[in-house]
Design a binder for this molecule. Structure first.
Ligand code: FES
Length: 138
């Protein structure tokens, strides 16, 4: 019976997306009518450099099953190093999750360029299937 519950489980996925790249890619995916899981909620950031551990942890605390940050490709950040900063921050959040008994796979960082609508779809599908395998956040 629990397997059926797991199969029907729709995880709550929160994406913190840079408006210059990943957010635009998500928009483009919509325009291209690409199909991807509808359980992702996108929070637009001016740059992923604005993401911080408290933001990610707060999203998990408020009920998200997984949180990911999606920023510009290396070298393309409009604020020089916001994407590198965000990417470097995610392992520290993973460590914090481990310390409180949550699986660190619930948090991730991805580079997604504005033109990479299929990549955006791939990322959302990956995070959704990853969390479907892990189950709801305790
Ligand atoms: Fe996109 Fe900084 S402007 S990650």
């Amino acid at each position: 019976m629990s397997e059926n519950i797991q199969a029907n489980y729709e995880p709550k996925v929160i994406a913190f997306a840079c408006e210059y790249c990943a957010y635009t890619a998500a928009d483009l995916a919509g325009s291209m009518r690409l199909q991807y899981p509808t359980n992702v909620r996108i929070i637009q950031l001016p740059c992923t450099g604005r993401a911080d551990p408290i933001l990610l942890l707060r999203a998990l605390e408020e009920g998200a099953d997984t949180v990911f940050v999606a920023g510009c490709q290396p070298g393309d950040c409009h604020f020089i190093n916001g994407n590198y900063r965000a990417k470097a921050m995610v392992p520290s959040v993973k460590k914090m999750l481990e310390e409180i008994g949550l699986n660190p796979l619930r948090v991730e960082f991805f580079h997604v360029a504005a033109s990479q609508a299929p990549r955006w779809v791939e990322v959302v599908k990956e995070m959704t299937s990853r969390i479907q395998a892990l189950g709801p956040s305790p």
